[in-house]
Design a protein around this ligand. Structure first.
Ligand code: PLP
Length: 383
């Protein structure tokens, strides 16, 4: 793992704001996922951090991919352009899921030749599949409880359980092959029971569909949600894995292919950001720091991902007091933290850093106010 000293040296050499990606950490995370969830094939959710270097490292580790737009599809398949046309098709068939229940018509038309695995959750989408991508293979996304997830998704996506059997048969009637079911318990889930509830709901729908005659569903997509260890309150991954394995083995025969659309778990711990203090003042007795990265940039997860990002000083053994940290833009929304434990004697020009920044951070960075996204540095890339 990267040390504070290395981070400081990299920032001094390359300037700030800097976003550092440690590829050893990506490799460790996917290995850990496979070790503890041996029945579940990881499909890296590209949206969480679409940097081609990250996608390439995970490709080299044998990962599959969850894409949610045509550009994300392209980021994944640029790794296989050296293969023959037939090999590319086979790879896409086996290793890509287009996991956005609402799909643009042009994309469906353009990618139909790949017999893409796609998710859907409503009848209009079935009509679109029939018209624009009749060769696609469908996975019905069901709405499951997202209780306790930091990012809730069930208010927007997923068919209600009582609609599911009909939606499977409507797709079949339209000539679309239905491969299985998917769900998402919400990102950065804290309630592991949500997986148990979702797996039971899915098993029940598998059974009801089979009872009505269709017995060819053979895929179960457990979505994302696997939490990153942002702080001590996050229960360890092996504990969650045990909960999932127990239900999976009890409810689904070995022949059912299980996959997960994991994003955050793969990359959160691989990302670091380093910024420079560009301004400071004391108001109401509290020291305020203004740094050169913020909520419109690498810290955009504060807004879009409901994150609480922590900013740390490189100073060893300094006394910490409550300070405020702001980003560089003119918007008062650009607050990283109003209550951050930092030394109050940091000076203009000093560097600060944040860890666990790999997911939903740089991916949603903007150019607001003329400030470009942070410079990106990849370390521990395989030669
Ligand atoms: C459909 C879908 N799949 C996968 C993910 C990735 O989830 P996570 O980063 O929690 O693993 C998301 C995140 O929003 C999503 O919407």
């Amino acid at each position: 793992m990267i040390t504070k000293q290395q981070l400081l040296e990299l920032a001094k050499e390359h300037g700030t704001p800097l976003f550092v990606v440690d590829h050893d950490e990506l490799r460790n995370n996917i290995a850990m996922f496979r070790k503890y969830l041996p029945r579940v094939t990881p499909f890296y959710a590209i949206k969480s951090n679409p940097m081609p270097e990250i996608v390439h490292t995970l490709y080299e580790e044998g990962a599959s991919f969850d894409v949610a737009s045509q550009p994300e599809f392209e980021v994944a398949v640029q790794n296989i352009r050296h293969l023959s046309e037939a090999e590319q098709r086979e790879w896409i068939y086996n290793k890509i899921i287009y996991a956005n229940t609402i799909k643009p018509m042009e994309m469906l038309e353009a990618l139909d030749k790949y017999k893409l695995l796609v998710t859907y959750d409503n009848e209009e989408e079935i009509k679109k599949l029939k018209k624009y991508s009749p060769n696609s293979r469908a996975i019905l996304r069901i709405c499951v409880p997202n209780k306790g997830a930091v990012v809730e998704l069930s208010s927007k996506f997923g068919a209600f359980p009582e609609e599911c059997v009909d939606l499977v048969y409507k797709a079949l009637d339209a000539g679309i092959s239905v491969e299985g079911l998917s769900f998402h318990v919400g990102s950065q889930t804290t309630e592991f029971d949500n997986y148990t509830i979702a797996l039971n709901l899915a098993a029940d729908i598998f059974e009801q569909v089979a009872k009505r005659g269709y017995k060819k569903m053979h895929m179960l997509d457990l979505g994302g949600g696997y939490p990153a260890p942002y702080d001590e309150s996050v229960k360890p991954f092996p504990v969650l894995a045990e909960v999932i394995n127990k239900s999976l083995n009890a409810l689904f025969p070995k022949e059912v292919f299980c996959l997960a659309e994991s994003g955050r778990f793969m990359n959160a711990t691989a990302g670091w950001s380093v910024s420079r203090i560009n301004g400071r003042t004391v108001r109401g007795g509290k020291t305020r720091y203004y740094i050169n990265d913020g909520a419109y940039h690498t810290y955009s997860g504060i807004i879009f991902d409901h994150q609480h990002c922590h900013v740390h000083s490189f100073k060893e053994n300094a006394k910490l007091v409550e300070c405020a940290v702001f980003g560089p833009t003119c918007d008062a929304l650009d607050v990283i933290s109003a209550h951050e434990q930092l030394p109050d004697d940091l000076q203009i020009g000093d560097l600060v850093y944040s860890d666990n920044m790999g997911a939903y951070s740089h991916a949603s960075s903007t150019w607001f106010n003329g400030f470009p996204p942070a410079k990106v540095l990849h370390i521990n890339l395989k030669k």
